[in-house]
Design a protein around this ligand. Structure first.
Ligand code: NAD
Length: 508
C-alpha cells in the first residue's frame, strides 16, 4: 500500500519554538515512525542528544526570564491565536494523528478539538489567576496570596493522546507564565513536530522569546533527563504506572514537582435499575474506542446478577456488528493497536485469561490478510472473569473487556475499587439512592465517577486525573492551573508599629 505521506529525504528535527532554530548534532540517532494503519514508514525524526538537550534547557530558562514579565492576559491572547491556528489546521492535524497513532479519524479530529477547547479555556484562565486575601490578626496589616509561574515545565506524553495531553499542559502553563519543553512519545514524534509548526507563526508574529515552546525527541532516556534535571521545575508525565513510579522517584529525589497521569483500570457497574439502551452503547464505545488504548477505556463491567444474561447477550450482539479496519476510513469502528509489542501484550493477556479459567463470550484474535498488513489489528473480545485475577488487576492496553457479576451494590462498589488504579468509573442506574451512594464517600475511589455516562470521553472543563496508581495528578480544567504556579503569601505592614504574630512581645 502507498503511504499517504511522502517521506522527507532528510530526518525531521526537533528544537526550540519558532522554527528558526532547529538544533541537532550530526551524530544524532533517528527515530522511525511507522503508521499502524498500513505499516508504512511515515517519518524519520532526529533524536535529541544530551548536548542539544542542555542547549534547549538553557534557551528555555532564558525565555522564562522574559515570558514571565509578559502580562498574563497578553499571554492568553497569544494562546487564543494558537487556538485559531488549530481551528485552521484541524483536519490536517486530525488526519495525521489518526494515521500516525492509529485512532479513528473522528477521534483524531476530536483530539484536535480538545486542543482548541483548552486554548479557549486557557484564554479565560489568563484573566483569572486569582489569589486569596486574608484578614490579618495584627492591626494595619494586610495578608494576601499571589501566584507566580514555576519556570521550565517538562511535558512527557504518551502515544495514545499524542497531541491533546500536551495542549492540556502547555496552554495552561503558558498563560501561567511558564515555558515548556515537550518530550512526546517516541511512537508519535511526527504529530508533535506538526504542532510545533502550527504554532510557529503565532510565536514569531508576537515576538515570543525563542524557547517558550520546545520539543525534544527520544525515548525513556530523554524522559529521564527531564526527571533528574533540577532546572525543570515541574515534570508533567502521562503514561504507564511503571514510568510514573520511575519519574516520581527521580523528581522527588531532587524535591522537584511532578504531575502524574498514569494507567487506569476502569469499570462500569450495570445495575438492575439501568437503562440498557444507554448502557450498552456506552460500554461498547468505552471498551473498543481507540482500540482499547485510552487511559479511560472501559476494561471491566460489573453486572447485577439478575440482568447478567441479558447484558451478556446484548453485548455479544453489539460486538458482532463491529467493523475493524483502516482508521482513516470512517465506515470502520475499530482501528489498529499501536505496534507489535501492543499485539504481544494482547496475546499474553488472552492466554492468561484462558489459563485462569476465563470464558470468552466474544472470541479474541489477530487479523491478517488484505487491509491488515501492518499486523496491528486485533479483535475486541469479552471474557467472563474474576476481579481478583492478576490479568484483570493490571491494565492491558488493548480491547479486552472483562465481565464480572455482583449481588449487592456494596459488593459491586467493592469490586470496582479493588484494583490498584483509580482513574475513571461509572454506574448505570435510574435509582437515585444507588447513584448517590456511588458518588458518596463510601462509593467510587476514582478521580472520575460518572452516572449514566461511560468511563471515557472526559470534557476539558473538569479536572482530569485519578487516584492510587493513576498518580494523583489533575490536568486541564477546574483549578488544575495551580499545579503550574507557585503560591506566595504576602504580609504588608502599613502601620507605624511592629506587632509580632501570636501576641509575642520582644522588648529591645
Ligand atoms: P509509556 O509509559 O510507555 O510512555 C509514556 C512516555 O513516558 C513516553 O514519552 C516515554 O518515552 C516516557 N518514558 C517511559 N519510561 C520513562 C522513564 N523511566 N522516565 C522518563 N520517561 C519515560 O506509556 P505509553 O505506552 O506511551 O502510554 C500508555 C499508558 O499511558 C497507559 O498506561 C495509559 O493508561 C497511560 N495514559 C494515562 C493518561 C492519564 O491521563 N491518566 C492519559 C493517556 C495515557
Amino acid at each position: 500500500m502507498q503511504s499517504i505521506l511522502p517521506l522527507p529525504t532528510q530526518p525531521l528535527k526537533p528544537g526550540t519554538s519558532t522554527g528558526q532554530q532547529f538544533w541537532h548534532t550530526d551524530a544524532a540517532k533517528t527515530i522511525d515512525s511507522y503508521s499502524p494503519a498500513d505499516g508504512q514508514l511515515i517519518a524519520r525524526v532526529t533524536e535529541t542528544t544530551r548536548a542539544d538537550y542542555d542547549r534547549v534547557v538553557e534557551t528555555a530558562q532564558a525565555a522564562f526570564a522574559e515570558w514571565r514579565q509578559v502580562p498574563a492576559p497578553r499571554r492568553g491572547e497569544i494562546v487564543r491565536q494558537m487556538g485559531e491556528q488549530f481551528r485552521h489546521y484541524k483536519r490536517e492535524l486530525g488526519t495525521l494523528v489518526s494515521y500516525e497513532m492509529g485512532k479513528s479519524l473522528q477521534e483524531g479530529l476530536g483530539e484536535v478539538q480538545e486542543i482548541i477547547d483548552i486554548c479557549d479555556f486557557a484564554v479565560g484562565q489568563s484573566r483569572q489567576l486569582y489569589g486569596l486575601s486574608m484578614h490579618s490578626e495584627r492591626p494595619a496589616h494586610r495578608m494576601m496570596e499571589q501566584w507566580h509561574p514555576l519556570g521550565v515545565v517538562g511535558i512527557i506524553s504518551a502515544f495514545n493522546f499524542p497531541v491533546a495531553v500536551w495542549s492540556w499542559n502547555a496552554m495552561l502553563a503558558w498563560v501561567c507564565g511558564d515555558v515548556c519543553i515537550w518530550k512526546p512519545s517516541e511512537k508519535t514524534p511526527l504529530t508533535a513536530l506538526a504542532c510545533q509548526q502550527i504554532i510557529g507563526d503565532v510565536l514569531r508574529n508576537n515576538n515570543v522569546p525563542e524557547g517558550v515552546s520546545c520539543v525534544i525527541t527520544g525515548g525513556r532516556t530523554t524522559g529521564e533527563w527531564l526527571a533528574r534535571d533540577p532546572r525543570i521545575a515541574l515534570v508533567s508525565a502521562t503514561g504507564s504506572t511503571r514510568m510514573g513510579k520511575a519519574i516520581a522517584e527521580s523528581v522527588a529525589g531532587r524535591l522537584g514537582k511532578s504531575l502524574l497521569e498514569l494507567g487506569g483500570n476502569n469499570a462500569i457497574i450495570v445495575s438492575e435499575h439501568a437503562d440498557l439502551d444507554l448502557a450498552i452503547p456506552a460500554i461498547v464505545f468505552g471498551a473498543v474506542g481507540t482500540a482499547g488504548q485510552r487511559c479511560t477505556t472501559t476494561r471491566r463491567i460489573i453486572v447485577q446478577e439478575r440482568i447478567y444474561g441479558d447484558v451478556k447477550d446484548r453485548l455479544k450482539r453489539a460486538y458482532a456488528q463491529l467493523r475493524i479496519g483502516n482508521p482513516l476510513d470512517e465506515s470502520f469502528h475499530v482501528g489498529p493497536v499501536i505496534d507489535q509489542s501492543a499485539v504481544h501484550s494482547y496475546q499474553v493477556a488472552v492466554q492468561e485469561i484462558g489459563e485462569a479459567g476465563g470464558q470468552f463470550i466474544v472470541e479474541p484474535g489477530v487479523l491478517d490478510g488484505p487491509g491488515f498488513e501492518s499486523g496491528c489489528y486485533v479483535k475486541p473480545c469479552i471474557a467472563e472473569a474474576e476481579n481478583s485475577w492478576p490479568v484483570v488487576q493490571r491494565e492491558t492496553f488493548a480491547p479486552i473487556l472483562y465481565l464480572l457479576k455482583y449481588t449487592t451494590l456494596d459488593d459491586a462498589i467493592a469490586q470496582q475499587n479493588a484494583v490498584p488504579q483509580g482513574l475513571s468509573s461509572a454506574i448505570f442506574t435510574l435509582n437515585l439512592r444507588e447513584a448517590e451512594r456511588f458518588l458518596s464517600v463510601a462509593g467510587s475511589d476514582c478521580g472520575i465517577a460518572n452516572i449514566n455516562i461511560g468511563t471515557s470521553g472526559a470534557e476539558i472543563g473538569g479536572a482530569f486525573g485519578g487516584e492510587k496508581e493513576t498518580g494523583g495528578g489533575r490536568e486541564s480544567g477546574s483549578d488544575a492551573w495551580k499545579a503550574y504556579m507557585r503560591r506566595q503569601t504576602n504580609t504588608i505592614n502599613y502601620g507605624t508599629t511592629m506587632p509580632l504574630a501570636q501576641g509575642i512581645t520582644f522588648e529591645l
